[in-house]
Design a protein around this ligand. Sequence first.
Ligand code: ZN
Length: 765
Amino acid sequence: MKRWSCRALRVLALGCVVWCTRAADAKDYTGYRVVHLTDVTRAQLDALEAGGAVVLDCVPHPGDADVVVSPQQLATLRDLGITYQVEQENLQALIDAERAPSTRGTGDPFDDFFLDYHRYDNGTGSIIWFMNELASRYPNLATMIDIGTSIDGRTIWAMRIANDAVAGNKPGALYFSCVHAREWITTTIPPYFAKHVLESYGNDVVITDMVDHTEIFLVPVSNPDGYEFCWTDDRLWRKNRAINSNGTIGVDINRNWSEAWGIDDDGSSGSPSSATYRGPAPFSEPETRALRDVVLNHPNIRTMLDIHSFSQLILWPWGYTDALCPDDPLFREHGYAMRDLIYAVHEEDYTAGPTYTTIYAVNGDSLDWGYAQHGILGFSFEVRPKEGAFGTGFLLDKSEIIPNNEEILPAMLYLTNTDFVRSPVIIELDSEIPEVITPGQAVPLAVSVTSQYENLVPGTPRMYYRYDPAGPFNEVPLTPVSTNGYTAELPATNCSSTPEFYFAADGDGGSVVTLPRPAELAPFDPPVAVGVFYAANMDSDPGWTAQGQWAWGVPTGGGTFNHDPTSGHTGANVYGYNLSGNYADNLPATYLTTAPIDCTGEFGVELRFWRWLGVESSFGFDDATVEVSNDGLNWTVVYSAADEHATDNGFVVDTEWVHQTFDISAVADDQPTVYLRWGMGPTDGSNALPGWNIDDVVLFSKGCVAIAGDYNGDSVVSAGDLYGLNDCLTGPAGGLLPTCGVFDFDADGNVDLTDFAAFQELAAP
Ligand SMILES: [Zn+2]
């Protein structure tokens, strides 16, 4: 018996985890080097592997490769004439560091779980212990299920997350990790996702809705034998622990699926000693069958993640051919979206694309099978690190477990919530939701409704809206205008409203689909506000006061560095400083100033405009400013180029139109004479640039002041508001109906005859 038995040791000593982490005969990598090879051929890689070298890639392929070599194998490299560079002198030092227990944490194995890597299933602190602990804390949402048994007799566990108290047809998702044993970071991802989702249930409306209406399967370790072998024997083991016909060990589970299995011998190996050995037949391995059977037993599964490390990639079918799959645009849309979500968290770059063209041929993999056989929108993640710098590729420092999960989590939530997965009928916006609803104006809206995995029930597309968050939603049918197109109109309202609205449609499988999702808890809710109340689009000369070379007209593309534009942001004209080139050296501050603008009754005022600016900004050599005043005498600077992070050698050099927004409420709100001005200069004696170009200047009011009695929001109290008063008249203690706040003159929480009298007095001619 060569290997230590954990089970036996556990009864002997509490220190079992320590004992088991380093079995007596574990492979010692002392003196082994990690080398980076360039321009290596398939034949050379095979020769190295046959000699015992380990290729350090999730998808080993010719070209560039990181390889672990013993001192003897290093000599072989030289003999073969392969170019190499030593990246890591002593691999064992990294392995030892990985196994040192984390010194951070509380001492509670549940709370500290993501500070360390853990054994598969050997009691407290192990991965399956953690998943069981989670399931016991959320018994109504999570259960552990046995999906199969490995070659060595280990149970392959999955967590099922679903709320069975909520009825209905539910789409499924299967997310599985650690198909390749040495890719340890991946074992932390399903537990982290599970913990976040379960802890967010009831707190986060989107996740609560997701758990109520999906069925999610999470497999933290798909290859438990190989994973345990990494702990006890060889940290760099990849395959499962099948005994092959020639006595070698292991099949690559991600080359063992039936789709395009072994085709053209390109993308897997028929050689049992290879790291990418595809096995004697498709689905020859119980680990592959366990994953397959989750899909076969749950035909509701619509998405899949096969999670690997490393390289920071997002991959989709096909793996076996360089042809794009028929749904490549759909995969690309969601692959790119996940890439951007990952980047947004810690600015880690992921590359997204089809497997074959992004890395190399892979045949017999899970994604191709899921897509070809079951139409599954499946992706592979290759998570951190980007490169195996210093040979650490599979040995990701434990301090990166949490950051890696923080960035993968939003991508997994996104995928689970895509319309492809979640919407049997898809409702899409054809018109933008307005930034604000203008009081007194109805809002036209357009949507498309299309069938996906249920058929749309004709006549069911509808809109719900309300103007009082405590009131009921009004239901109105959408008006069909084309095969899939519909319109609706949100009725005009007033400043005392809090609008909320959403769309819904029914599928013939009994599903009710909404946009947004979940609708009643997270409806569209743009505020009622005035919006744009002043605009100068420069199509005609606004007649502002222009000093020096400020001029209205067509810019000519002149000047140095970034050059002026050759037209406006919209239309041909702009206001610019020197329409035909640079500003001058040694220029005093020279202004373009608007006429007074009436901001009475406007609140939360913003100045918005488009600029194309070139100025030597750093250290205040040259300046360009935006200023605002409410008396034409005292000016507040809201922008100075000197404060802007200079983009290129201390210069601000716009090469396209750039949108600018400034909050000027402190100066402009409710003021009758507001002036804006743009300053060019002062400038120093060198490095003149093209200066200002300005277009589409707008003042935007984010506020809205309810006018008592003005029900229809047209700013006038008149007979036109009377119809609302009739509807709002609830009498004493009758409460305040939606949008009726404008009639509650005496502010006693209802609209009664006292208010009616007050209205009559105001509306009287
Ligand atoms: Zn892998």
